[in-house]
Design a protein around this ligand. Structure first.
Ligand SMILES: [Cu+2]
Length: 138
């Protein structure tokens, strides 16, 4: 009942080599995907964890076919809440379509995200083109 020492050693060495290569490949395998997932600054998602707090929110109320205030200044990417206090549908739509609430039902509320590029963005109501305002991102 003596174990064949030479065979066991050979088997052990083989096992070690196999384990090593398995470890190596499993180590090399997830390394690139891990580094790519650990670099998410390219995602422009609206992160609620804004450390600067510069994205001050804004509010626009539509009443009597007027945007109030007609000129609003918000931070880049700020969430603007639009309330329709009229009895007909309205929209708040950027001339360049960079933001658009779509139709807001009477008494309803919609939100949109301000552009991240500073500048003055004129907008209108696509249902009543005489309704106009300017959103300034600064
Ligand atoms: Cu309108």
């Amino acid at each position: 009942m003596r174990p064949p020492t030479r065979l066991t050693r050979a088997g052990g060495a083989l096992l070690l080599a196999a384990t090593l290569s398995a470890c190596l490949s499993s180590y090399l395998g997830p390394a690139p995907s891990e580094s790519s997932s650990a670099a998410p600054p390219s995602s422009p998602g609206p992160g609620p964890s804004s450390p600067t707090g510069s994205t001050a929110a804004g509010t626009v109320t539509i009443r009597n076919f007027l945007f109030q205030p007609a000129n609003l200044t918000v931070g880049p990417g700020a969430v603007v809440t639009v309330t329709n206090a009229d009895t007909v549908e309205h929209t708040l739509t950027a001339q360049d379509r960079s933001f658009d609430t779509g139709p807001i039902t009477p008494g309803g509320t919609a939100t949109f995200e301000a552009p991240t590029q500073p500048g003055a963005y004129s907008y209108l109501c696509t249902l009543h083109h005489f309704m106009r305002g300017i959103l300034t991102v600064a």
